[in-house]
Design a protein around this ligand. Sequence first.
Ligand code: ATP
Length: 313
Amino acid sequence: MTTDAVTVRVPGKINLGLFVGPLREDGYHELSTVFHAVSLFDHVTVQPADDWSVHVTGPFADRVPTDGSNLAMVAARTLAARRQRRATVPPVRIDIDKQIPVAGGMAGGSADAAAALVACRELWTLDHIENELLETMAASLGSDVPFLLHGGTAIGSGRGEQITPVLARGELHWVLWAGEGLTLSTPAVYVELDRLREERGTEVGAPEPPGDLLTALRRMDTDAVAATLHNDLQEAAVSLHPILAEVLEAGQELGARGGVVSGSGPTVAFLVGSQAQAIDLSVGLAANGPTGEILRAMGPVPGTQLVHRVGQG
Ligand code: ATP
């Protein structure tokens, strides 16, 4: 059977804990993070075409590049280069339905890269590319890409690309605040963190996985998870966009159990106790909080999943 089109679904992530160690010689910081995949999904469809192209739809489409710098395209071409040692693969048209906020610290670009790897492996029937090799390719594309293949809740170490699943029972309910048109570049946030640390003479040791957060997740004790949410990049993100301090405060006042900037920001994730509380908080934030897009999600959810394959026998 030849496959005409493959559609894959991929979630966004938030970081429940993010601990940043010293700057390494390769320019990355050593990290210990707890990734958590949430139910905001991009859908990525690939199909054979005469030429390589990317087309993006959805509420954040205008902020996504459609040239060769799109991470889904970079991922597809990386896989194609691997394949071409055996035989040529046709170029693909990539369609992205973008629901994950862009440049918001939710790793939407990395998510699309993970999705493109899985979709193209299926389209090109590259059965010899095992998951392990796909993960190595994912890590070469970006630090968050391996986690988005896995999903769930997991510790990321190294620069975030080494994944260890975490036992987390039950569901967590989230309200996400994404500032309209508000973005942060990840490198700029790390530079700001280094600047703040240098200014204060902060000594930085090797980052450790957060035991108290992991225990709270194992028990799925929402209040304990809320109390242990932590992000070393938060202060730097707030320093670059002071409105984030107002957002965090507004969420707490309106009943969130806890709140944290996701990754390098500026998306803010608020933890609540139930779906009903998520509705209450999102209504409250929309009416009384700083202007922004308010989204609801739950986690953990699975990583990249095949949802549709169209073929001809
Ligand atoms: P990071 O993974 O660095 O934390 P982020 O989650 O903050 O990133 P992304 O949504 O991945 O941000 O977007 C970062 C930049 O990547 C965008 O500004 C955009 O120019 C570029 N980009 C390339 N491909 C994509 C894609 N498929 N989706 C979104 N952004 C993309």
